[in-house]
Design a protein around this ligand. Structure first.
Ligand SMILES: [Zn+2]
Length: 188
């Protein structure tokens, strides 16, 4: 009599996870996690630069320049005196991600960033040789700075596209590592 092997019922841990983070979600999440380092009370932005092998080569968030005490510099958005606002001093996430690069250069890389880059950052992105920008929010779309940014990026042939996340939230639960089989991140 032929021995017919019954297919084993697949258990939840014998197959690969289905809801793992895909690369774009992962890189955008890294940008958002980095933003949590920001001390800016009104705006926390992160950026993550990725090379063509999907390796992260730079991460940054908005903050005051190195060696400049962020308790002494102003964080306000408006003041009669421009010098008492954050704007002349703060380094945007894109600048920090480029300057923090751990590779020789960032030519041909993609930048994941929470907010569409301003015109000053567009200049840096172009000069650094970054080829693609993936952003999540474009909430300042109608400001002159963003119009200038789009103009520069388009002229320089840099592609930009809005990231549409499949899930609205990624929660990191440090306790999940103590529960075998549980996801290390819960998602919605
Ligand atoms: Zn900027």
């Amino acid at each position: 009599m032929e021995d017919v092997q019954q297919p084993k019922p697949a258990s939840s841990t014998s197959r690969r996870r289905q809801d793992y983070l895909e690369w774009p979600e992962y890189f955008m999440a890294v940008a958002f996690l980095s933003a949590q380092r920001s001390k800016d009370p009104s705006s926390q932005v992160g950026a993550c630069i990725v090379n063509q092998e999907n390796k992260i080569v730079g991460i940054g968030y908005n903050g005051m320049p190195n060696g400049c005490d962020d308790d002494e510099l102003p964080w306000s958005r408006c003041d009669d005196n421009w010098l008492d606002t954050k704007y002349p001093y703060v380094c945007h996430a894109e600048l920090n991600a480029i300057m923090n690069k751990n590779s020789a250069d960032v030519k041909g890389c993609t930048m994941y960033v929470a907010l569409f880059p301003c015109n000053e950052c567009a200049k840096l992105i172009i000069q650094a040789g970054i080829k693609e920008v993936v952003f999540l929010s474009d909430k300042y779309h109608d400001t002159p700075g963003m119009a200038a940014s789009r103009r520069l990026l388009t002229m320089a042939g840099i592609e930009y596209r809005q990231f549409k996340p499949k899930r609205s939230k990624i929660v990191i639960d440090f306790n999940s590592i103590n529960h075998p089989g549980m996801l290390n991140s819960t998602t919605e």
